[in-house]
Design a binder for this molecule. Structure first.
Ligand code: PLP
Length: 364
């Protein structure tokens, strides 16, 4: 049971059904938003209060609002999936709720209890359920919970007014034209996170710091950057917003271990459990950039893939660095292990496979 009492004020001017249908036919990503949003306020005196679902729309902020100056902000990313029978589900939302609490601790923000987090998600998806696309074609309703320092005050200390919101946006299939490998450039001048820093928190600042290296990679013709550890510049950490896996020739799959500088993806964690049921041995350990390059050259590493909520599992092809280029794609296509793990996850999320782990949570 949630302690939060969430009021619902329906949007008086909702998007016409025909327009919703048009958006759901080709939603893209992050461009259209549903008719409602959730807002919850926090102060030290009152705790979490004034939880409400209202019409989606702009919010007004004082120019001195702390988040605009000191980036005290965290967020989550998750999806609502429609199953064949019309019901609507999310995938391990409790894991997102727990991660939001961990991020909150690091950013000196108040923790929102997981049951309250789940109640806000459910309330929003319930009023906006017509925005959840049909089960066909890997579409979903992307959910973006976020929390920010909303006190108007320029002093440097944790904000005494905090706002938590949830917005929702229909999302198309990430790979509209088949699952194709991405190319990756090693970020040799920039790192993403230092030991003791914010790397394990899902906070906007990590994304702000990834934009310049990401733009450089795109300017040089690559899709993504991979970041190395900030101390030795040798150990592979992750992409700007996805974790990494290496498939070996003996069937073992390896993912960089969590050392405090890597964001613990829900997809990453789920693959650790799921890959076991598909017969793979899973190792979490440090992986150097040389092991990646040499492993692909020698054939010891047969596939590389990235994972995260948005794309689920993305095959990685070219890895480019000053030391040269290697390609772990299978003649420009995804490898079989990558595709099998991707399919197993997607089938679970869309209710086409038995939920043996109890990961699915019904929303509507
Ligand atoms: C969100 C995120 C991921 C992926 O996490 P999922 O829970 O699997 O979506 C990976 N790396 C970073 C930096 C992220 O912010």
């Amino acid at each position: 049971m949630s302690a939060l009492d969430i009021s619902v004020t329906p949007n008086e001017d909702p998007t016409p059904d025909a327009r919703v249908a048009e958006i759901l036919a080709d939603p893209g990503f992050g461009v259209s938003f549903t008719d409602h949003m959730v807002t919850v306020e926090w102060t030290p005196e009152q705790g979490w209060h004034d939880a409400r679902v209202t019409a989606y729309g702009p919010i007004s902020l004082d120019p001195a609002t702390a988040v605009l100056h000191y980036a005290q902000e965290i967020f989550e990313g998750m999806k609502a999936y429609r199953h064949e029978d019309g019901s609507i589900w999310s995938f391990r939302p409790d894991a997102n709720g727990e991660r939001l609490r961990r991020s909150a601790r690091r950013l000196a923000l108040p923790e929102l209890p997981v049951e309250d987090f789940l109640a806000t998600i459910t309330a929003l998806v319930e009023v906006d359920q017509r925005w959840v696309p049909d089960a066909a074609g890997e579409k979903s309703l992307y959910l973006r919970p976020f929390m920010f320092a909303s006190e108007a005050f320029l002093g440097v200390r944790p904000s005494k007014h905090v706002t938590f919101m949830v917005i929702a946006s229909p999302a198309g299939a990430y790979f509209a034209r088949g699952v194709k490998p991405v190319s990756i450039m090693v970020s040799e001048d920039y790192t993403r996170a230092a030991v003791g820093g914010l790397g394990a928190a899902k906070t906007g600042g990590n994304y702000a710091s990834s934009l310049a290296p990401q733009s450089e990679a795109i300017a040089r013709g690559f899709d993504q950057v991979v970041f190395l550890d900030a101390i030795e510049r040798r150990y592979v950490e992750e992409l700007g917003g996805m974790n990494l896996y290496f498939v070996h020739d003996d069937g073992t799959i390896v993912t960089p271990e969590l050392t405090g500088t890597i964001l613990e993806g829900v997809t990453r964690a789920s693959i650790i459990d799921l890959a076991g049921t598909l017969g793979h041995k899973v190792e979490e350990r440090r992986v150097t950039i040389d092991e990646w390059r040499d492993g692909v050259t020698s054939g010891r590493i047969t596939e590389v893939f990235a994972c995260g909520t948005a794309a689920v599992v993305t095959p990685v092809g070219v890895l480019s660095s000053r030391a040269g280029e290697v390609d772990s794609s299978h003649d420009g296509e995804a490898g079989p292990v990558t595709l099998a793990i991707r399919q197993a996850l997607v089938d679970l999320q869309y209710g086409r496979a038995e939920d043996t782990f109890g990961w699915m949570h019904r929303l509507v």
